[in-house]
Design a protein around this ligand. Sequence first.
Ligand SMILES: Cc1cc2nc3c(=O)[nH]c(=O)nc-3n(C[C@H](O)[C@H](O)[C@H](O)COP(=O)(O)OP(=O)(O)OC[C@H]3O[C@@H](n4cnc5c(N)ncnc54)[C@H](O)[C@@H]3O)c2cc1C
Length: 377
Amino acid sequence: MDKRYDIAVVGAGIVGLACALAAARRGLSVVVIDRDAQANGASIRNFGFVTVTGQPRGLVWRRAHRSRAVWDEVAAEAGISVLQRGLWLPVRRPEAVAVLDAFMATEMGEGCRLLTADEARVRAPEATGPETAATLWSPHDLRVDSRTAIPRLAAWLADRYGVVFLRQTAVHAVEPPRIVTARGVIEAGAAVVCPGDDFASLFPDRLSSAGLVRCKLQMMRLASPGFTLPAPVMSDLGLVRYGGYADLPEATALRARLQAEQGDALANGVHLIAVQDADGALVVGDSHHDAATPDPFAGEAVDRLILDEWRAATGRPAPPVLQRWTGTYARGPHASLIEAPHPRVRLALVTAGNGASTGFAFGEEVIANLFEETSEP
Ligand SMILES: Cc1cc2nc3c(=O)[nH]c(=O)nc-3n(C[C@H](O)[C@H](O)[C@H](O)COP(=O)(O)OP(=O)(O)OC[C@H]3O[C@@H](n4cnc5c(N)ncnc54)[C@H](O)[C@@H]3O)c2cc1C
């Protein structure tokens, strides 16, 4: 053992990297340990959509605002391209327009605009379908390509702050100053465990009592549609999934109508997010199925529901599918979990499927909790 670190972070997904950044910005020496050779979990399987608009009101919405600001800082310094900005949310049903009207009347609507169908058609004709009744435009969100952004973020943490990465190293026990790995013991004064949806390897009793499940999502990459999206696209179905809209009283009528008209989509947790890569290709999803261990199989019927929603929202045919994959994330009764299984250890999970959107702010909270608070979290 030749070095003692101030802090060890287990897990090199976005939550672990966010904790590493927050610790490094305090001048602490940091080691990040991950069992995989490179990030391969939810953090690179996602849309890279840093969603502010529609996050649940209060804490999560504030975290998303803060995280978006950190993404902007980090992207500029680390050479990560911000590929899209904003949100384009065309809706088709009067019940959905009522939800958006109500949303605009809250503090969450600040800076957003609710466009009529004609205004939307002028601004982005390709992303406005014949059934579009109104479109929410928000400037608050951004999108990176996680497949390249996460590796670049890790490389920048190493270059800029001297964060050390130990890859292909499983962690078996976290008892500062001893961090026991499959390759030997690391010494660290404190530790943060960010295991994503691995509830079995470290502190399994703590995690099993937290009411967590693993949620499986289906995703596709489609060929370029031949036009540029005005921003990441969502649709009516998103208004009953994202708490910023879904928790408004007006969402009840929309949910009832969607249940009658798109019951299959609701039963499979399908809604639409479509984002665009630099080469024009689209990343489109997704669905939600919970299980203790989700199977790895992507059902064609579920993919069809997602593609149907793209067609309905934009009025455009779905381009050919280039890739399909599934991803899983930790889902729980609360937006996140911070536990202290040891005075100098924090167990830290984002449990609402929005780690790309809230992770940086969450990481700052976790590190503040670890170093500034004396009581249990
Ligand atoms: C398909 C999909 C789409 C999504 N889209 C979005 C989106 O657009 N916007 C958004 O905000 N969120 C999105 N999410 C959610 C977001 O991706 C997750 O909330 C986030 O990536 C979780 O990050 P994490 O670091 O906790 O987990 P992970 O990325 O899973 O990383 C956990 C890491 O911990 C390591 N690890 C675990 N245990 C150990 C151990 N004992 N020893 C060593 N290493 C260990 C694993 O190897 C892994 O690398 C999406 C998720 C999915 C699956």
